[in-house]
Design a binder for this molecule. Structure first.
Ligand SMILES: Nc1ncnc2c1ncn2[C@@H]1O[C@H](COP(=O)(O)OP(=O)(O)OP(=O)(O)O)[C@@H](O)[C@H]1O
Ligand SMILES: [Mg+2]
Length: 271
């Protein structure tokens, strides 16, 4: 390790760092409906990349292609140089892609801790949840996973709710637990589908604060799909605006807000 670093320094010029995620020419059709047409973008390590667009623009479809739920007819997706397209959702999760859902995806009959532990499932080698073998490696693993989950509980301030059934949580807290479960997967890329949908102002501000905190504490990139423009403009490094499955513009929040094509896509359709 040390020697590698030295050699890098001797070589002088910094190596060009490839983007974490590369999406090229993504095209997705459902029968006659084109959900995505030639969508391409890159996400750098640690970047918070937002995707905006009117209802039906194809935002969720992009996330579904990224995590393998949808198979695009055309295009490629690579994560750290490894091809994602064509792989199963489980394989993609194991490569470090986690997500939350537009409609809450928690197990309502399980407690907060149990829901978070499920996020660790793909990292478990000894099938702890099915076997419950309490010795040797299984025991060590259990301790390791518990510790990881405890860190998330602390980060997202979920202590008061740890033994509450997910189905009984207030909506804002439930959304935070869902975020926690995705984080428990220790992702390098986190996909957030409308994390503040249906939240009141206070809950939205809380979520924004937690997302900032997550970015500060954890080394991951995020793709944020959201209708709440204030949240997007406050948090995102760059924004992709979509309209009817077509990329309209990509740029910094300030640029996107002023882009006439983006204004047209929103005002032309929605008002
Ligand atoms: N499984 C599916 N079967 C058929 N059509 C689909 C499917 N998933 C998405 N679509 C269509 O693809 C288009 C894009 O949908 P998508 O859900 O990606 O939009 P969205 O931008 O997430 O919208 P919203 O803001 O309402 O969540 C829509 O026309 C939608 O009806
Ligand atoms: Mg959607």
């Amino acid at each position: 390790m040390e020697r590698l670093t030295e050699r890098d320094e001797e070589d002088g010029a910094p190596q060009p760092v490839p983007p974490l995620l590369e999406v090229r020419d993504l095209t997705l059709r459902f029968g006659g409906v084109s959900a995505l047409r030639g969508v391409g973008f890159e996400v750098a390590r640690g970047e918070l990349f937002a995707v905006i667009g009117p209802n039906g623009a194809g935002k969720t479809s992009i996330l579904n292609c990224l995590n393998g739920v949808y198979r695009p007819q055309r295009g490629t997706i690579t994560l750290s140089g490894q091809r994602l397209t064509g792989r199963s959702p489980a394989a993609i999760a194991a490569m470090g892609v986690a997500r939350t859902f537009q409609n809450l995806g928690l197990f309502e009959q399980l407690t907060v801790i149990e829901n978070l532990m499920l996020g660790r499932h793909h990292l478990m080698r000894t099938g702890m949840l099915s076997g419950m073998v309490w010795w040797g490696r299984a025991k060590r693993e259990e301790v390791e996973h518990r510790a990881a989950v405890e860190e998330i509980i602390e980060l997202l301030e979920l202590e008061p709710h740890r033994h509450t059934l997910a189905g009984l949580l207030p909506y804002g807290v439930a959304k935070r637990v869902e975020l926690g479960r995705a984080l428990a997967m220790a992702p390098t890329l986190l996909l957030l589908d409308e994390p503040v949908a249906g939240m009141n102002v206070e809950e939205t501000e809380d979520m924004a604060r937690y997302l900032v905190e997550v970015r500060r504490e954890l080394d991951l990139a995020m793709i944020l799909v959201e209708h709440d423009m204030r949240l997007v403009m406050d948090l995102a490094d760059r924004v992709l605006a979509l309209d009817f499955g077509v990329p309209v513009a990509t740029g910094t929040p300030a640029r996107i807000q002023r882009d006439p094509r983006v204004v047209e896509a929103y005002l032309g359709g929605a008002v």
